[in-house]
Ligand binder design. Structure first.
Ligand code: SAM
Length: 230
């Protein structure tokens, strides 16, 4: 049997490419994402009562990677990139049905021009198609006693420093509110691929319309420049 689904909305996100997106939601709370509902789901009736919930589950499509297929075994970054686990024991984007599920904070619901949700801490790429929204029900779904497998606890964070040039670029840029905090939280997660440790290497991450250039050495991420995205 085959099933086909259509998106009920689309994500507008500061994350313009996969590199730099946190590996799970809530790790970068400064990321503000807008979920715009599409017709015919953009009717206020569809979200009546939703604003009373603080968190929602977002089901979505890994649209940017879905044509790369899947493998039964994957190498989670949390295991250093070498050890393998089954695809269904992982949150890999490469799955038989390329669907993601993220629990995010619901900041506000707007019904003024169409319907849009403001979400905090999402791990979603700009343009991500959304299949469903469901309210998070704490008494059923919060299980602090649950076993976290190989992902028991948050990853260690890097310290983040700014170069003089990056500070100047930030002051001159017309960046959205919270941009500096977003940069710091993204870099603190260490976006490098597992086992890549080259202190000379300069990386770039796309946030909003900026290319944030940085290096990582000795547990410190240094913001080098903030340039307009190409
Ligand atoms: N929380 C979700 C889950 O558990 O299903 C996603 C986890 S997945 C490991 C998170 C990664 O998905 C992000 O770091 C980003 O690289 C990737 N991602 C986010 N949106 C995507 C999209 N639309 N297409 C492909 N990859 C995406």
């Amino acid at each position: 049997m085959n099933y086909s689904f259509e998106p009920i909305g689309v994500i507008r996100s500061p994350y313009r490419e996969k590199f730099g997106i946190p590996r799970q939601p809530s790790l970068v709370s400064a990321a503000r994402v807008r979920l715009e509902l599409l017709p015919p789901y953009d009717h206020p009736d569809c979200v009546r009562g939703l604003a009373e919930f603080s968190h929602v589950w977002i089901s979505f499509v890994f649209h940017q990677t879905m044509d790369r297929g899947w493998q039964p075994l994957v190498r989670p970054p949390r295991l250093g990139g070498n050890a393998k686990v089954g695809v269904f024991a992982s949150r890999s984007t490469h799955r038989p049905n390329p669907m993601g599920l993220s629990l995010v904070e619901l900041v506000s619901v707007s019904v003024d021009y169409g319907v849009a949700l403001e979400l905090a801490g999402a791990d979603l790429l700009d343009g991500t198609p959304v299949l469903d929204i469901k309210p998070y029900i704490p008494f059923v779904e919060s299980r602090p006693d649950a076993a976290g497998g190989f992902v028991d606890g948050p990853p260690p964070l890097l310290r983040v420093e700014w170069s003089e040039a990056a500070r100047r670029h930030l002051a001159e840029a017309d960046a959205p509110a919270g941009f500096a905090q977003l940069v710091e939280q993204v870099l603190a997660q260490d976006p490098r691929p597992a086992y890549q440790d080259d202190p000379e290497r300069i990386y770039g991450v796309s946030l909003y319309c900026y290319n944030v250039r940085f290096g990582i050495a000795g547990g410190v991420a240094r913001v080098l420049e903030i340039l307009p995205a190409a």
